[in-house]
Design a protein around this ligand. Structure first.
Ligand code: ADP
Ligand code: ZN
Length: 738
């Protein structure tokens, strides 16, 4: 082998879980680095790949040289390459899946170009003025004075302002007064919004205490993880904002993660009002061009705060000081495709690696994070009061079983809720009704033969959407016109049972004919603008009652809402998932936080058939500690998370027998290699046994050393070939067990 060889290890976007060695030719030495995108020969063609490591020795020799360096600037920071490696190991996925996640698709593709525009500048001659300048027409003088004042400006701007025509500008260039050049410009997603700058607020005592803990960690660079447990409206966001100020003063950069659903214009605006164009916002509504520009601004150090959903964690900062994860308990931080990472947990890993302080914020912390505080791994800071010291809204549980007994049949609205809605409408106050299920009826059944309309591809029944006249599968999205007679026996007596938001809307409108009602769920909110429009209508008071799914549960702040009704709190309580109680607790608490944000105290009515369930009882008091005290011991006893780690192995095939056989064989091979502490549950058919034509089997592993288990599973899943026509993958720390 050549002395002093410089070798780059390159990964491609292929599912190979392998890197390949290439020689760095002399002319590229020093320029090809970890994180560079390079062009290389691979098989018979050329491909782009990313350098994940540099070394001086290779077992393969001779090596092909790198053909070209694709971009000097668009590199992945080395610390992120490290993070991808960690992610691939922990979450049992191919390395290149992890590397791929570091970059937005539009950057990865290498096809997006910077947008360019012609800029006009003054030459030395124009700057010097002199006799020739005096002879110029007033119009030309005006142009030159404008440029003297404003500096170089885009040609289109000068033309639009009627300062000069393109022809005149060209002529003045020829005469040596002006020069034209192409420059990179940015697509600005906020072009049309004007934001009012704001000032830091004077903090409450609780807020100051929280900020002190965070800033002490920033100053010490001790990469602490701080759980900020603050009730809704306790002013967590203001604490984040001031912690970011400190981060910037220390010449460092900050990442703020929020769930996609709360990336509302309201949220983005709060950050931009404080920090102006130092903020980059990354969300799913951006065009490819905007995303490319935002990412580039971060990569080139022109913006220093990234606010975004899950993937904003991979913002290519090189001098990170602070990571904030708001609503840290949210399931949406977990990606449900490979790599199946949880951005909250990866935030801790990245923060620790880069000496940044990590702040996890929530009104309803996950059991994992709270447990980590108990164990001394995280620091706990609590804020128990609203900033305005308004009382938390009062919550009432209504026993729907009793209501049914009184009325002689099941009711959708209790008398109490109806009365309260009526009262609020009289007072011109606003109401939110919440139901975590969309559609009109959840089941279509033939009264004669018992036929139930079920999706052909999935093991779930169709949901009836009356307005559209369709049956729709909420698993795979399949739709079919709703039949008027039973497809099995031809009988016309079709019954619909169960209810969703669409039906609630119909019933509410019938009960309160004069009320203006709007519905917000993924059926009515197909575009981003719809969402904005309905919220504006509601804010302006043109809508009295807003009905919706979890879309409306979070982050909205409407002072005139004095009543929130949870129509059916039981949804979700009986799913086969050990976190179901935790989820219902979180949901009710969050929803309750929507009420009474203004001057009138809020009221929340929770309708349920299980009023004695402790998750509901504690949610009514919005008492997280009481919930934790009851939930944690049972998790401990069963050795469930947060006391242990879980891994779910999935086996999927279009042929049920293949999935079952693969699951059996896998389990047989795995069992003897497991630690004694690791429990094996299954294999068994998944609760959702078929989705989108695929039969699903699963194997649940719990307990023992997670890093060891991950390594073992990786060797059985990622590195080797899988049985034909079966998909096998691991979900580490799963959030979804169905
Ligand atoms: P959270 O994030 O905990 O839900 P927010 O940060 O949104 O709470 O605060 C709730 C409201 O109180 C917001 O309107 C915010 O502007 C205001 N607020 C926060 N901190 C202060 C403060 N120290 N003084 C005055 N108003 C504040
Ligand atoms: Zn389906």
């Amino acid at each position: 082998m050549e002395e002093n060889a410089v070798i780059a290890q390159v990964v491609f976007s292929l599912s190979l879980d392998r890197d390949f060695d290439y020689l760095v030719p002399v002319e590229l030495r020093g320029r090809v680095r970890v994180g560079s995108r390079v062009r290389v020969e691979f098989n018979t063609g050329e491909r782009s790949g990313y350098v994940v490591a540099m070394k001086s020795h290779s077992d393969y020799w001779p090596l092909k040289p790198i053909v070209a360096l694709e971009s000097e600037k668009e590199q992945i920071p080395e610390s992120l390459v490290w993070l991808a490696d960690w992610m691939a190991d922990y979450y049992c996925c191919p390395k290149e899946h992890a590397v791929r996640t570091l970059l937005p698709a539009v950057v990865r593709s290498g096809e997006m170009k910077h947008k360019q525009a012609l800029f006009v500048s003054l030459t030395l001659k124009a700057a010097n003025q002199g006799a020739e300048f005096d002879k110029m027409s007033d119009k030309r003088k005006e142009l030159i004075q404008y440029l003297r004042r404003e500096g170089s400006r885009p040609l289109t701007e000068l033309v639009n302002l009627n300062l000069a025509s393109t022809a005149i500008i060209s002529k003045m260039c020829e005469e040596g007064w002006l020069s034209k050049e192409l420059r990179v410009v940015e697509r600005d997603p906020f072009l049309d919004d004007v934001v009012q700058p704001d000032e830091p607020k004077k903090l409450t005592k609780d807020q100051q205490k929280a900020l002190d803990v965070i800033n002490a960690s920033q100053d010490a660079e001790d990469s602490s993880v701080i759980l900020l447990h603050g009730v809704t409206a306790s002013g967590k966001t203001e604490v984040y904002l001031q912690a970011i100020s400190r981060c910037l003063e220390r010449d460092k950069e900050a990442i703020v993660l929020v769930p996609e659903i709360s990336l509302t214009p309201q949220t983005c605006e709060r950050f931009r009002r404080r920090f102006g164009n130092m903020v980059s916002v990354l969300h799913s509504g951006l065009s490819d061009g905007e995303r490319f520009d935002e990412w580039t601004r971060i990569n080139e150090g022109r913006s220093r705060i990234a606010v975004g959903a899950r993937s904003a964690l991979f913002a290519p900062f090189r001098n990170l000081g602070l990571i904030v994860v708001d609503e840290e308990h949210e399931n949406s931080y977990k990606q449900d495709e490979s790599p199946r990472y949880n951005a909250r947990d990866m935030a801790v890993v990245r923060g620790k690696h880069e000496n940044a302080t990590i702040v996890l914020g929530s009104a309803t912390p996950s059991l994992e994070s709270y447990y980590n505080c108990e164990q001394g791994r995280y620091k706990l800071v609590e804020m128990n009061e609203r900033v305005d010291t308004k009382p938390l809204p009062s919550v009432e549980l209504i026993d729907m079983g009793q209501e049914a007994a009184m009325a002689g049949k099941a009711q959708i609205f209790s008398n109490r809720l109806k009365e309260l809605i009526f009262d609020r409408l009289q007072k011109a106050e606003q109401v939110i009704l919440f139901l975590n299920r969309r559609g009109f009826a959840t089941q279509m059944m033939c009264a004669k033969c018992g036929y139930v309309a079920t999706c052909e591809n999935c093991s779930v029944s169709y949901v009836y959407h009356k307005h559209a006249g369709m049956l729709s599968c909420h698993m795979c999205g399949a739709e079919t016109p709703a039949p008027t007679v039973c497809p099995q026996c031809g009988d016309p007596e079709i019954r619909y049972s169960g209810f969703g938001t669409e039906k609630i809307e119909t019933i509410t409108q019938a009960l309160f004919p004069k009320a203006k009602i709007a519905r917000m769920d993924s059926d009515t909110m197909r575009t981003k603008d719809c969402y904005k429009k309905v919220l504006e209508e509601f804010r302006a008071g043109r809508v009295n009652i807003l009905i919706g799914t979890q879309m409306i549960a979070k982050g909205l702040d409407f002072p005139n809402v004095t009543l929130v009704g949870v129509v059916q709190a039981d949804i979700g309580l009986h799913v086969p998932d050990f976190r179901s109680g935790e989820r219902v607790f979180q949901l009710i608490t969050q929803v309750a936080g929507r009420a009474g944000r203004g001057d009138t105290p809020g009221k929340v009515v929770v309708q349920t058939y299980t009023p004695d369930h402790f998750a509901l009882r504690t949610a009514v008091r919005q008492d997280f500690h009481a919930f934790y005290e009851e939930e944690a011991p049972s998790r401990k006893m069963l050795d469930f998370p947060p006391c242990s780690h879980m891994v779910m192995i999935h086996f999927r095939s279009q042929e049920e027998a293949l999935a079952a056989a693969a699951a059996e064989a896998f389990t047989e091979e795995l069992k003897p290699q497991l630690e004694e502490k690791t429990q094996v549950i299954g294999p068994m058919p998944a609760p959702l046994s078929k989705v989108q034509k695929y039969f699903r089997y699963q194997l649940l592993l719990r307990g023992g050393n997670i890093r060891r288990l991950s390594r073992l599973l990786r060797s059985m899943i990622v590195v080797r070939k899988q049985p034909k026509n079966v998909v096998i993958y691991a979900d580490v720390d799963p959030r979804n067990l169905l």
